[in-house]
Design a protein around this ligand. Structure first.
Ligand code: PEP
Ligand code: MG
Length: 537
């Protein structure tokens, strides 16, 4: 048995086979002294890719029929595309390594296709990207991500949101990452999925790969590779106790979240996609306090269309019924990156073009989101919330576009409801100016993950700064008190939707400050309700 420690981000015990996710290592574009040898490597990799695609095609025809298999056929044809092949050969002749040439030329072609007006050609950009990644992986010896049948514990150096989005969530028993922080998006996903998880774990990827059973104790932060009998008995006992506690929480299902002195708090769920709304209902959440809409933009190659966004919001609205749903507009940037938006590389992305800043500079991206939300408003109790607001003018400008779009849709004869517009308070500027923003906003929801990062100037992603990322810091508490006071004085509601919303040490403090809504991972709702109902405040 090997064992070690990590930082637990969600409690529980998981035991099962391990799957290791290794990222493709990007080869540095070193000058290559032998172009003929590189060209030969590329030609061989192309043939291997052809063989792999042929196998995939045969399997797809057998399982899905010829129509569905045609997608693979398109990629096989692209393998012989002379423009692509010439571009790769030219890059190699210029000194690029075969792998770099395959990937970079593929990206160039993908961007070219994505910019075309023709929808069919646009869709080909994903194919060329996929194909060049395949050749690249062959050249780098990446065997890809082999998932076993059934459930597993996922071990990785780190996971980006664009990677987690592609995972079969229902089969993951736990996440263990060597990097990451408790407010990273992998940790957030683990809480949404209700699975025990560790970040900053001292596990070697090879050890995880070579063990037959891996176990995680999300209460203590311990991990065990091939646990011995005694450890296994201890873990199974803990698992049974956790299941019993879960059963005890059922007594709080369907109850109002109200303190002994009568203070009512709305306990809502944070979600990323329509399926999570089902988890929110199953968890007895009283609404959705934060829909991270950018998850609809991750793990794909083109912008979602207005209709796709509309369908997603409509579904969430319908699932939640009359329960309130707060949709945060796109918060791409920082750790959530998508290549197809053509955003420039930034030295300091957390302070860069992210959240509302992108929307205010790219109406082509903002407009479809707002139209989709207003169209979907007829199917649920929806609100809009803007992330990364720092100034009153930003809110006013965004609200003006909302009003314009609402009028447009009414003129088009579409049913549109009133949609409250609120601010996600997550920059120190917005917190300090809360009394001013409150004059323009229908509600506040505090993003404590970013508010902590920006107030303390501590990168929330940086594992080395864990001790400095102090969500109980007095400066943060002072801002939180000011935000709630400003909201109460202006007669609007204020909630917390960052990870602190589910922190049992702060539930009473938040209620005393005047917060009337807490939004959290669905799996935390019942235990927070128990705390609220047992509280004297
Ligand atoms: C936050 O910043 O607290 C928040 C809820 O948003 P995200 O974690 O998606 O940045
Ligand atoms: Mg945030």
């Amino acid at each position: 048995m090997k064992q070690g420690q990590g930082l637990p981000v969600f409690k529980g015990v998981a035991i099962g086979p391990a799957v290791v996710y290794r990222k493709s290592e990007r080869i540095q574009p070193v000058a290559c002294s032998n172009p003929e040898a590189e060209q030969k490597k590329f030609d061989d990799a192309r043939e291997t890719a052809r063989q792999q695609l042929q196998n995939l095609y045969d399997r797809a025809v057998a399982q899905l029929g010829e129509d569905q298999a045609a997608i693979i056929e398109v990629q096989m044809l692209m393998l012989d595309d002379l423009d692509y092949l010439d571009a790769v050969s030219a890059a190699i002749a210029d000194g690029a390594a075969a792998a770099t040439a395959a990937l970079d030329c593929g990206e160039e072609f993908a961007q070219f296709f994505a910019a075309l007006d023709d929808e069919y050609m646009k869709a080909r950009s994903a194919d060329i990207r996929d194909l060049s990644q395949r050749i690249y992986d062959i050249l780098c010896g990446n065997t890809g991500f082999q998932l076993p049948e059934g459930s597993f514990l996922l071990v990785a150096e780190d996971l980006a949101p664009s990677e987690t989005i592609q995972l079969p969530r229902e089969r993951i028993l736990a996440f263990i990452t060597r990097q990451g922080s408790s407010s990273s998006h992998t940790a957030i996903l683990a809480r949404t999925l209700n699975i025990p998880s560790l970040v900053q774990a001292d596990i070697e990827l090879d050890d995880a790969e070579n063990c037959s059973v891996l176990a995680v104790d999300g209460f203590t932060g311990n991990w065990y590779a091939d646990p011995d009998e005694q450890t296994m008995t201890m873990l199974k006992t803990k698992q049974a106790e956790a299941a019993a506690d879960c059963a005890a929480l059922e007594a709080y299902r369907g109850r109002e979240s109200v303190t002994k002195s009568g203070k009512k708090v709305l306990l809502c769920a944070n979600i990323g996609c329509p399926e999570d709304a089902e988890a929110a209902v199953a968890a007895d959440a009283e609404g959705v306090g934060l829909m991270r809409s950018e998850f609809l933009y991750l793990g794909r190659d083109t912008l979602p269309t207005e209709d796709e966004l509309f369908e997603a919001y409509k579904k969430v609205g319908q699932i939640m019924g009359e329960r309130p749903v707060v949709i945060r507009t796109l918060d791409i940037g920082a750790d959530k990156q998508v290549s197809y938006m053509g955003l420039e590389h930034e030295e300091n992305p957390a302070l860069g073009l992210r959240g509302l800043r992108i929307c205010l500079t790219r109406e082509d991206i903002f407009r479809p989101q707002l139209r989709a939300i207003y169209r979907a408003s007829a199917y649920g109790n929806l609100s809009i919330m803007f992330p990364m607001v720092a100034s009153v003018w930003e809110l006013k400008k965004a609200k003006a576009l909302c009003a314009q779009i609402q009028q447009e849709l009414i003129a088009e004869g579409l049913p549109v409801r009133e949609v409250p517009i609120g601010v996600m308070v997550e920059t120190p500027a917005a917190a300090v100016l809360a009394h001013e923003l409150a004059k323009e906003a229908a509600f506040f929801s505090v993003g404590t993950n970013d508010l902590t990062q920006y107030t303390l100037a501590v990168d929330r992603q940086n594992a080395k700064l864990g001790d400095f990322y102090d969500p109980y810091h007095p400066a943060l508490m002072a801002l939180l008190a000011h935000i709630a006071k400003s909201a109460n004085e202006a007669g609007i509601w204020a909630g917390i939707c960052g990870e602190l919303g589910a922190d049992p040490k702060l539930t009473e403090t938040f209620i005393k400050m005047g917060y009337t809504e807490l939004s959290m991972a669905p799996g935390r709702v019942l235990e927070t309700r128990r705390l609220v109902c047992e509280s004297e405040v």
